[in-house]
Write a protein that binds this ligand. Structure first.
Ligand code: AMP
Length: 283
């Protein structure tokens, strides 16, 4: 497995592989791998001849009071795990490589970023779309794999790729969960034992919503109300948002009709967790 730290090296490698007719697949990450990341890499291996994983904690997607400095990092372990899955290249630039002096260009997707995490993290998606656009130019992938755990990010990246005629395919992967249902996240290491127990309420409340849906409920308000009750009853929780919205536009809906996203963001102690469920997928 090769490790590149400069855009020039990465671009040279990618161009050579393309000239050989190889298909490149990219998994963009911030590192500190768990099984969710490894599953994206496994899909990337099936999608292409050459798998590139980027490991970069991107400062432009963190707000001034967020956990950029504290974000967990373990580069050596990440490399070992990626190599075991059969990754060909790790791209691991530093901030000076990605945002050198004089840097002033950003990509913004206007509508899909307005709701949900866009409300509580105002500059977040501008950072995400900018770094992904840069990674696509640097790694030149035919396919990039994203997790639907960050559903709004996945929708926003698809919008950007379509709007800017970027020549690659975006693939979305289902959420990987722990055996007890907690969605895997690098941030789960912040949780104490008691907080981790309480964090199960996110998945449990999604399951409750699904049961209501299967029993015929289609109105957003009663579903959101039940989810709110269940989350509030759990200790250490503070709800950031609970929304039912159109999965493509990320605009709130009053009723579940087409593909509809139930999205949650909940603080458990000092850790902000997100989770979601999609109704009527691919409708
Ligand atoms: P991150 O390193 O947290 O920025 O995540 C890198 C990629 O892994 C993103 O596309 C995430 O959506 C995806 N990802 C993170 N956690 C999970 C999970 N539990 N299941 C599926 N994909 C995930």
């Amino acid at each position: 497995m090769e490790i590149f730290r400069t855009a020039a090296e990465m671009q040279g490698f990618a161009e050579a592989r393309r000239l050989r007719g190889q298909k490149i697949s990219l998994v963009p990450t911030m590192g500190y791998f768990h099984e969710g990341h490894l599953n994206l890499m496994r899909v990337a291996k099936k999608a292409g001849d050459c798998v590139v994983v980027s490991i970069y904690v991107n400062p432009t997607q963190f707000g001034p009071t967020e956990d950029f400095e504290a974000y967990p990092r373990d580069f050596e372990r990440d490399c070992r795990l990626a190599e075991q899955v059969g990754v060909d290249v790790i791209f691991n630039p530093d901030n000076r490589e990605m945002y050198p002096d004089g840097y002033q260009t950003y990509v913004e997707v206007l509508e899909t970023t307005k709701n949900l995490c866009g409300l509580s993290r105002p500059q977040h998606f501008r950072g995400v779309t900018t770094v992904c656009a840069k990674l696509f130019n640097i790694v030149k992938p035919h396919t990039a794999i994203f997790g639907k755990k960050d559903f709004q990010q996945y929708t926003t990246i698809r919008r950007m790729v379509s709007d800017l005629n970027m020549d690659l395919e975006i693939v979305g992967m289902e959420i990987t969960r722990e055996a007890d249902g907690l969605a895997m996240s690098s941030r789960n290491v912040y949780l104490s034992t008691e907080e981790r127990k309480s964090a199960l309420s996110l998945n449990l409340s999604l399951t409750l919503a699904q049961k209501m849906y299967l029993d015929g409920e289609r109105k957003s308000a009663p579903i959101i109300e039940k989810v709110r009750e269940m989350l509030s009853a759990s200790p250490f929780t503070r709800i950031d948002y609970i929304n039912l919205c159109d999965a493509r536009t990320i605009k709130d809906v009053d009723e579940i009709e087409g593909e509809t996203l139930l999205a949650l963001a909940v603080w458990v102690g000092k850790t902000r967790l997100i989770d979601n469920m999609v109704f009527n997928e691919n409708s």
